[in-house]
Design a protein around this ligand. Structure first.
Ligand code: 5GP
Length: 197
């Protein structure tokens, strides 16, 4: 597989990684495009099919698994499947873009392992699990049960942080955005390595 670079942002849900990824996408010189994942979960709030996710049924998702259509996939929460389609990454590479991912820690590390040279893997750490709870509650998009499920997972996810290339602690959003911008800028401007298979 040839093409641009891969920029992975992984973090517990509610740590602010989506805000960081959106900010990076707006920086034209970075030449980034967002990898739209497939998911079996239902759309939330104003989410749009084909923009935030490709919303598909569990049956369709399992068919893609069977056909080896995924670069990586995870059952992130029970019965909620998420995955990156090969076709999505190829589509963006064909447009000459570097691809940015907002995915869970397991998927992020899987991509890094597959393409160690062309991937920058960044972990976004919330200041604390308590702060995470506050942020998820403020979002008001999920039930108490779903929020608790996300918090329980967050502690496990935090333990994987040292396996990433960089950790950004999101205690000040402004500082986190600057740090992310400079990390990604250095990486995309570095020597291209498009020969990795
Ligand atoms: P949410 O339901 O909040 O949109 O996402 C839940 C978690 O699944 C987040 O950590 C998100 O980054 C992750 N996720 C989204 N897309 C993918 C994907 O394609 N693969 C994996 N492994 N995780 C994903």
């Amino acid at each position: 597989m040839k093409g641009g670079k891969l920029i992975v942002f992984s973090a517990p849900s509610g740590s602010g990684k989506t805000t960081i990824v959106r900010h990076l996408l707006a920086q034209e010189p970075l030449n980034l495009a967002f990898s739209v994942s497939a998911t079996s979960r239902s759309p939330r709030g104003t989410e749009k099919n084909g923009e935030d996710y490709y919303f598909i049924s569990i049956e369709e998702f399992k068919k893609h698994i069977k056909n080896n259509d995924f670069l990586e996939w995870e059952e992130v929460y029970r019965d909620n499947f998420y995955g990156t389609l090969h076709s999505e990454v190829n589509r963006l590479w064909e447009m000459g873009k570097n691809v940015i991912f907002d995915i869970d820690v397991v998927g992020g590390l899987r991509i890094k392992k597959k393409y160690p040279e062309k991937t920058l893997a960044v972990f976004v750490k919330p200041p604390s699990v308590d702060e995470l709870k506050i942020r998820l509650k403020k979002r008001k998009t999920e039930s108490e049960e779903k929020i608790n499920m996300r918090i329980a997972k967050a502690s496990i996810e935090m333990a994987t942080a040292p396996q990433f290339d960089h950790i950004i602690v999101n205690d000040s959003l402004e500082k986190a955005l600057k740090e992310a911008e400079s990390l990604v800028s250095d990486f995309v401007e570095g020597t291209p390595n498009s020969e990795e298979e």
